[in-house]
Design a protein around this ligand. Sequence first.
Ligand SMILES: NC(=O)c1ccc[n+]([C@@H]2O[C@H](COP(=O)([O-])OP(=O)(O)OC[C@H]3O[C@@H](n4cnc5c(N)ncnc54)[C@H](OP(=O)(O)O)[C@@H]3O)[C@@H](O)[C@H]2O)c1
Length: 321
Amino acid sequence: MVLVLMEYVELGWSDLKISRVGLGTWQFSETWGLVDYEKAKAVVAKAIELGINFFDTAMVYGRGMSETFLGKALKELGAKRDDVVIATKIPGEFLQPEDVFKAVDRSLKRLEVSYIDLLQIHHPPTHHNFPTSKYAKALERLVVQGVVRYLGVSNYPLALIEDLRSSLSVTDIVSMQYRFNLVERWSEEELIPYAEANDLTFIPWSPLAKGALSGKYNSENIKQFTDLRKNEPVFYEENFVKVMPLVNLLIEIGKKYGKTPSQVALNWLINYSPVIVPIPGAKTPEQVAENAGAVGWKLSYEDWRTIDELSRSIKITYVTW
Ligand SMILES: NC(=O)c1ccc[n+]([C@@H]2O[C@H](COP(=O)([O-])OP(=O)(O)OC[C@H]3O[C@@H](n4cnc5c(N)ncnc54)[C@H](OP(=O)(O)O)[C@@H]3O)[C@@H](O)[C@H]2O)c1
């Protein structure tokens, strides 16, 4: 039996309480391979059982499959609407003002809810040239109408966040979501400090470096990937050899605490800053339970620093051909 005492923090400057570790649900898509609804439901059920109330999805995950599975599971599991915080994302391509309403209407339908707790802009509207001030006004109307409670950004550079925030008049963003894990740390340069200074929740995506930090992969079995990890730079041989010593360190330090490498990697993240709330993706209830077990204990300062130092020395390349 897994005993997890979940901890909760506020979502940015709002009074909404979210679990210190959330659940990422991109896994409910062909991209990651979990396309059996009952299996997805079991993942969501375990999360609820362990006190995880923060669910991250997106309109593009499985072209709506992730939202559909999540909404259906929460309903069938009898989760009270007020007890869960649903975060979805609108892609940059859907930010033409009239499309914003259409996209959110469809999202509400798929999620089977009357409001979305956190609507994040998945990424800027690259290639589409929609002016920030135009789509900001449409997003804000959704907040005024009560179909969206809070707005957040994802993969936005700082200058564009400032632009967006100055285009909002009755609300503000509460969160920022970016890649951040022990191998890929560029977010700590400007973005995390900005979240800290502005009372915004920082949501690291790929907090386990897509499973690379879990301890179950080695230079042999990474060759067998048939999912998106086939093309993931972290798993390219020239990068993965640099990651392995860190994985070994996570295993070694984990033994002292009776924790797994994934739990150590996530605990390191949540101890990086109080504004950090990771959303590890999980394909099985066992993985959810393991990831929830990253909460309720703390790496010592010495161990946190040892991991920090080794992690900092790893420089992976994204030039892969
Ligand atoms: N905003 C964005 O642009 C963006 C981008 C990417 C992701 N996200 C969000 O962030 C979430 C998490 O990121 P991610 O899915 O890319 O990567 P991740 O959370 O770093 O890794 C998830 C994968 O690691 C493996 N795993 C998870 N827990 C494990 C455990 N305890 N033990 C062993 N293996 C474990 C699983 O795959 P295997 O079992 O197959 O190894 C799982 O699919 C996504 O679900 C999504 O909601 C957002």
